[in-house]
Design a protein around this ligand. Structure first.
Ligand code: ATR
Length: 262
């Protein structure tokens, strides 16, 4: 029988994970079936238990359950502990394991674009879960200075306080979105502004050389401004594929090439 995988969330209809994992399986010759699971908002834990009790091999977790998944796991990878969120689950010897592959997905997507992170200076817009999940992998990939800019400054400051201890080799700092200035190799939009159709205005004095929007398939005022300046830019489809590839490789021991699926 083929190995069973699923992505769990609420809502779940929009998820592209099944098509991605079936494409990786076809490329690597692995026999699997990957489905979507809608969990009731108060029924995540029971749904996960049911899936693994019926022989499931691995699950991806999406909105709004990543923090609950983190709380439910008995064993966590270092990057999941730092992210405080889990998007990849598997059972080993009856024990629920969790990882977070979002940050490595972003790093792999940036590398696939041919952009270097070595010794880089990065500005991240937003201080929510999306930002928390990518700091440690970005530093592991070579980022040296990361400024977190947020509409609510105190949230960015809190994130810096929480995360600096985990990345002593890099320098983290916080700023308000309204006082953005300086020069950066890369700006990453990790706010939910594009997802909710809102506009982000980048000040003229902000200088940057690459722009990555974590959202995809949505109009993005952030990307529009980067393009108007002629700056190389990308939306977040590569990150989506990258996090899926990383999960696939944890479960199946084979890592497909990201560039084959962009
Ligand atoms: P996620 O888990 O996707 O990061 P989140 O925790 O709700 O979601 O965080 C959303 C982020 O987008 C926050 O940093 C939020 O800023 P605030 O902390 O000030 O709320 C940011 N954000 C959302 N809409 C925004 C907008 N229109 N302009 C600027 N920042 C915005």
């Amino acid at each position: 029988m083929s190995k069973q995988f699923a992505v769990i969330g609420n809502p779940i209809e929009q998820s592209r994970s099944p098509e991605l994992h079936h494409a990786f399986a076809a490329k690597t010759g692995i026999d699997l079936r990957y489905s979507k699971r809608l969990a009731p908002l108060d029924g995540f834990e029971a749904s996960v238990q049911d899936f693994f009790a019926h022989g499931g091999s691995g699950m991806n977790v999406t909105v709004p359950f990543k923090e609950q998944a983190f709380a439910q796991c008995q064993v966590l990878t270092e990057r999941a502990k730092i992210a405080k969120a889990v998007n990849t689950l598997w059972m080993q010897d009856g024990i629920l394991h969790g990882d977070n592959t979002d940050g490595q997905g972003l790093v792999d997507a940036i590398h696939a674009l041919g952009w270097s992170l070595t010794q880089s200076r990065i500005l991240i817009l937003g201080a929510g879960g999306a930002t928390r999940g990518v700091i440690y992998p970005l530093v592991q990939a070579g980022a040296k200075h990361i400024v977190i800019a947020n509409r609510t400054l105190s949230r960015a400051e809190q994130l810096v306080t929480d995360l600096q201890q985990h990345v002593p080799q890099a320098e983290l700092s916080a700023t308000a979105l309204t006082t953005l200035t300086g020069e950066f190799d890369l700006v990453i939009n990790a706010t939910s502004a594009s997802l909710s159709g809102e506009t982000l205005i980048l000040p003229e004095q902000l200088i940057f050389h690459h722009a990555y929007e974590m959202a995809y398939g949505k109009p993005s005022s952030f990307l529009d401004q980067a393009k108007a300046r002629g700056i190389p830019s990308s939306e977040g489809f590569g990150m989506l594929v990258g996090q899926a590839i990383e999960a696939f490789s944890i479960w199946n021991g084979v890592k497909p090439e990201l560039k084959d699926f962009l």
